[in-house]
Design a protein around this ligand. Structure first.
Ligand code: PLP
Length: 457
């Protein structure tokens, strides 16, 4: 498609009628500066903007486009579904198939409900947890992002981190009082909080592997992973564990991050540095009580989901007392896109993804090392991010201590060279199965110059 309206013109028009010109804050390029390109089409790993420029995409719509853009099977499934009607507001076969696919892949999920975003998924999971326990307090970790749910915005990652916001205005004091924020990975802080207030805590919510302050994989201690520790600590106090896999689900591995560090996990591919991780997973049975999903299960259309133990999910209306609903939930186009995407994600697809991710990590490490840019690359399964500091990042405080100015210089040099990165130092980089060696070669050509720009402080 050719366009006669430039990104600059579009951004100026947008700013008149849309707050800051965008419908989600990070898109405004606020932390890196400049005008965001307005995108007009995408195919495979390539994006086209309104100015006629082409980019290799490393954002992937923040996760959903794991098979690349306009994947033929996914587009065909949506086209076919659209021909049968856009929305029924009544049960339809696709939602059953999508729930069956998730339940078959993710052990702890016995039942699943579909919603329209990750935010809705975490918000609903909190409501179920509070109803199940009759308690109010939610524990979250600094740097973890769970969508723009009132109770979960304190010290959140993603855009909240990008703009260095402590939380959000408009959240009531009562809501803030019911949320306790702890440093990620701090087992002593978790134990102390439970010792003091265990009887008030409804649930601990955590990203299965935090990826919204950059990727900060959970660490093992005495052979026990952080997620398992949280599950055991919460359960000992009658509280629940909610594992948020909106970002990691069906991306970190075929079975999400739970497939990496759960009881039957492979334990591989987690950790810092650029080599292959050597974790072993653990044999002891443990499971989150509730899990949340989004992004990949919608294949680019608006889908979220929450699921878990049958007794907990049975609390939902109409059988139970917890109200939760949605006009477009289980929408036939969205379930068609999600199903076609999951159908494309077989073992071979994860191998392609893993290989593209490892190659890219190595290219970045080589370019940064040559240019003398302090960096550390961290990963969780096939997901990774690059921090502009030398020391490993274990907490949000560590993540904030990186050189975001160097990132901004790097970002703009990459963009200029036709590589579209997340416009924030706190985000993961997203590869897809469409990141072929040719696409990686294009990135490799631009990296050395961009690394040199980052180094010119
Ligand atoms: N949870 C996590 C871990 C996320 O990464 C996100 C979005 O980035 C959300 C929840 C919110 O999802 P959505 O943007 O679909 O509301």
């Amino acid at each position: 498609m050719t366009s006669t309206t430039s990104s600059t013109e579009l951004f100026s028009r947008a700013q008149q009628v849309i707050p800051s010109g965008v419908n989600s804050p990070v898109r405004a390029f606020g932390s890196v500066g400049g005008t965001p390109p307005f995108l007009t089409s995408a195919k495979g790993a390539l994006l086209q903007d309104a100015d006629g420029r082409e980019y290799v995409d490393l954002v992937g719509s923040w996760g959903p486009m794991i098979l690349g853009h306009a994947n033929e099977q996914v587009v065909e499934a949506v086209r076919e579904a659209a021909g049968r009607g856009l929305s029924f507001g009544a049960p339809q076969p696709g939602e059953v198939s999508l729930a069956e696919e998730v339940v078959s892949r993710i052990g702890p999920v016995e039942q699943l409900r579909l919603v329209n975003s990750g935010t809705e998924a975490t918000m609903s999971a909190l409501r179920v947890a509070r109803a199940a326990t009759g308690r109010d307090v939610i524990v979250k970790f600094a740097g973890c992002y769970h969508g723009h749910v009132d109770a979960l915005l304190a010290e959140a990652g993603s855009g909240v981190a990008t703009f260095a916001m402590p939380g959000s205005a408009g959240v009531t004091a009562a809501t803030a009082r019911d949320t306790v924020v702890l440093p990620y990975g701090d087992r002593d802080a978790v134990a102390a909080l439970f010792a003091e207030r265990g009887g008030e805590i409804a649930a601990v919510i955590t990203e299965a592997a935090p990826a919204n302050m950059g990727v900060v994989p959970p660490l093992e201690q005495d052979g026990i992973g952080f997620n398992r520790f949280l599950s055991e600590t919460a359960h000992a106090a009658g509280a629940l564990l909610i594992s948020d896999e909106v970002l990691t689900g069906f991306r970190a591995s075929r079975t999400g991050y739970y497939g990496v560090d759960g009881p039957h996990g492979t334990g591989t591919g987690t950790g810092t540095g650029t080599g292959t991780g050597t974790g072993t997973g653990t044999d002891a049975a443990w499971a989150p009580d509730l899990m949340t999903f989004g992004k990949v299960i919608g294949g680019g259309l608006p889908v979220g989901a929450f699921g878990g133990r049958k007794d907990l999910m049975g609390l939902l209306a109409p059988a139970g007392p917890v109200y939760q609903a949605g006009t477009l939930s289980g929408n036939p186009l969205a379930t068609a896109a999600g199903l076609a995407t999951l159908a494309g994600l077989d073992e071979a697809a994860y191998e392609t993804l893993g290989s593209a991710s490892r190659t890219l990590q190595q290219l970045v490490a080589d370019a940064f090392t040559t240019a003398g840019v302090p960096h550390v690359i961290q990963r969780a399964g096939t997901l990774f991010s690059v921090f502009f500091r030398e020391q490993p990042v274990e907490t949000y405080e560590d993540a904030k201590a990186q050189d975001t100015d160097a990132f901004a210089r790097f970002f703009h040099a990459m963009l200029e060279g036709g590589i579209y990165l997340p416009p924030s130092a706190f985000e993961a980089w997203f590869v897809s199965t469409a990141h072929t060696p040719e696409m990686l070669d294009r990135i490799a050509e631009v990296l050395p110059g961009a690394a040199a720009a980052a180094a010119r402080g």
